[in-house]
Design a binder for this molecule. Sequence first.
Ligand SMILES: CC(C)(COP(=O)(O)OP(=O)(O)OC[C@H]1O[C@@H](n2cnc3c(N)ncnc32)[C@H](O)[C@@H]1OP(=O)(O)O)[C@@H](O)C(=O)NCCC(=O)NCCS
Length: 140
Amino acid sequence: MTLNYHRNPAEVNWEILINDLIADDFHNGRTVAQLRASFENSQVQAYAMVGDRCIGTARALSDGIGNAYVIDVWTQSTYRNQGIARTMMEMLLEKVAGQHVYLQTDDAVEFYRKLGFSEQPSGMSLIVGEYLTGGANASQ
Ligand SMILES: CC(C)(COP(=O)(O)OP(=O)(O)OC[C@H]1O[C@@H](n2cnc3c(N)ncnc32)[C@H](O)[C@@H]1OP(=O)(O)O)[C@@H](O)C(=O)NCCC(=O)NCCS
């Protein structure tokens, strides 16, 4: 089956994707609806497909001006080391020209270095309240 790439969340079967993420130990607890919404709400998205199966994802939050943040970069284990994540990252980066792109990674430093990223120490973070209980789930 051929590999192809697109940017359209409507072409992704999110129920199947979440099961593949769980099987790959790359699931952070989002429900299917939350997973889908978090991608749909991202200004820049890239998906890798084998047939109708999504085997790679990447997304970026961007203000369209000066700053972007990359998240959910994933290639299904059996398809790794074929340049798939590199291609998805290139799809993201071509949409954020002129912007400072930030991301956090524990295990993929060398992957991002190869794409031109350099380490920027002293990143800081805070979870406001309980993780995954905001946004569409917040009580009005
Ligand atoms: C990191 C990840 C997205 C890379 O996906 P991939 O499709 O295998 O990456 P690519 O094949 O496009 O790799 C591009 C280059 O980076 C290298 N690379 C990929 N993953 C690497 C890693 N974890 N450590 C070091 N180098 C890595 C590849 O060897 C390749 O090098 P080359 O261009 O010299 O041949 C994938 O391993 C993954 O999904 N990991 C689990 C999720 C994760 O950690 N995501 C990042 C969270 S921030």
